[in-house]
Design a protein around this ligand. Structure first.
Ligand SMILES: Cc1ncc(C[n+]2csc(CCOP(=O)(O)OP(=O)(O)O)c2C)c(N)n1
Ligand SMILES: [Mg+2]
Length: 333
């Protein structure tokens, strides 16, 4: 195991207040945008399938502190939170879920195909595990160019059941690629608990099998995430080696859509109420930083106004026109 307590990589114990404010702003932007989208799905205004990430906001919100402009973050079918944390593009996300041409994928992708290269989001795709090898390819390019950039694929616990996940870890290990794998272990893949699919809940064993440094973190504890991700990202960037981070978290909504999925035959009711209270990343951050409570109220008001404005922008945007759409399709004469 890489030693984070060694002299070179001493953990910092205090996250400064201004950093906490920035992270809180990202978390609130994600939480409120996701809840807004949930209401619009329920009302029928949004018809694109959306896998919401309420409850999973903390990890990407902290990660965004340590990114360089040339780094590339990749997502999955559930990526609104990663997209917003990296890009802060509420407008592009809302227009995209409405299929409008001002959307971040020009209205061609919807919720599951988000992209914003200029701001460091390399893309998300709904094929489970699909972006893990893409991130390895990006990391190989970064290595060949000999720059200091890194690639960061996010994926769920379900993706570790895909062959391509293991091939990617092997490749990253053997080729020494600057990839920070981030597994969001929310304990479910659709409606199946991890213990119905795997012999144990922890995913770090896969990294160990490929001799990749790894750690399991509490994905809802902002302060611990800050301390660890700071060192881990520095490690991947400086050493040009892969690292595997497993973050334990939980989604408040069901697999897809606005409902909580308490009635689909899975044990969620008691667990969900704990994750929504004592394990809520926002409540935990505010309890550590008393002074953030006023800031929190102000952010909520500010973010609501921003979301309403972004929604109007999205609604008023046009759909992509036919000529443009056809120009994106490959066909030989
Ligand atoms: C290759 C592939 N197999 C199956 C699916 C259907 N599918 C969509 S999401 C999902 C569950 C993924 O679970 P996980 O990776 O844990 O992510 P989470 O939804 O928990 O964020 C499945 C099986 C798919 N999209 N792609
Ligand atoms: Mg999962």
């Amino acid at each position: 195991m890489f030693d984070f307590f060694s002299k070179e990589y001493l953990l910092e114990t205090e996250m400064r207040g201004d950093i906490a404010v920035r992270i809180l702003r990202r978390i609130i932007t994600i939480r409120e945008t996701e809840e807004f989208i949930a209401r619009k799905i329920e009302s029928g205004d949004i018809r694109c399938p959306c896998h919401l990430a309420v409850g999973q906001e903390a990890t990407p919100s902290v990660l965004a502190e340590f990114l360089n402009p040339e780094d590339r973050v990749y997502g999955t079918h559930r990526s609104h939170h990663q997209y917003l944390a990296v890009t802060d593009d509420v407008e592009g996300l809302l227009a995209e879920v409405l299929g409008k041409k001002n959307g971040c994928a020009k209205g061609m992708g919807g919720s599951q195909h988000l992209i914003n290269i200029e701001k460091g989001f390399g893309g998300s795709v709904p094929i489970v595990g699909g972006t893990i090898p893409i991130a390895c390819g990006a990391a190989l390019a970064m290595k060949l160019k000999d720059n200091r950039s890194i690639a960061i694929p996010f994926f769920g616990d379900g993706a570790t059941e895909e062959g391509v996940f293991h091939e990617s870890l092997n490749l990253a290990s053997v080729m020494k690629l600057p990839v920070c794998f981030i597994a969001e272990n929310n304990l479910f893949a659709s409606h199946l608990h991890i213990l119905e699919r795997q012999p144990e809940t922890s995913l770090c064993r896969f990294a160990k099998a490929h001799l990749i440094e790894n750690i399991q973190l509490d994905g809802n504890d902002v302060i611990s995430l800050y301390d660890h991700l700071k060192q881990i990202i520095r490690y991947v960037r400086d050493e040009r080696l892969p690292y595997f981070v497993e973050v334990m978290t939980y989604r408040w909504k069901g697999h897809v859509g606005y409902r909580e999925d308490l009635d689909v035959g899975v044990k969620r009711k008691e667990d969900l109420s704990i994750w929504k209270t004592e394990k809520d990343p926002i409540g935990r951050l505010l309890s550590k930083y008393e002074s953030l409570k006023d800031t929190y109220e102000n952010f909520i008001r500010e973010v609501h106004k921003r979301i309403e404005k972004a929604w109007e922008f999205a609604k008023q945007s046009d759909y992509a026109d036919k000529d443009f759409l056809l120009s994106c399709v490959y066909c030989e004469d």
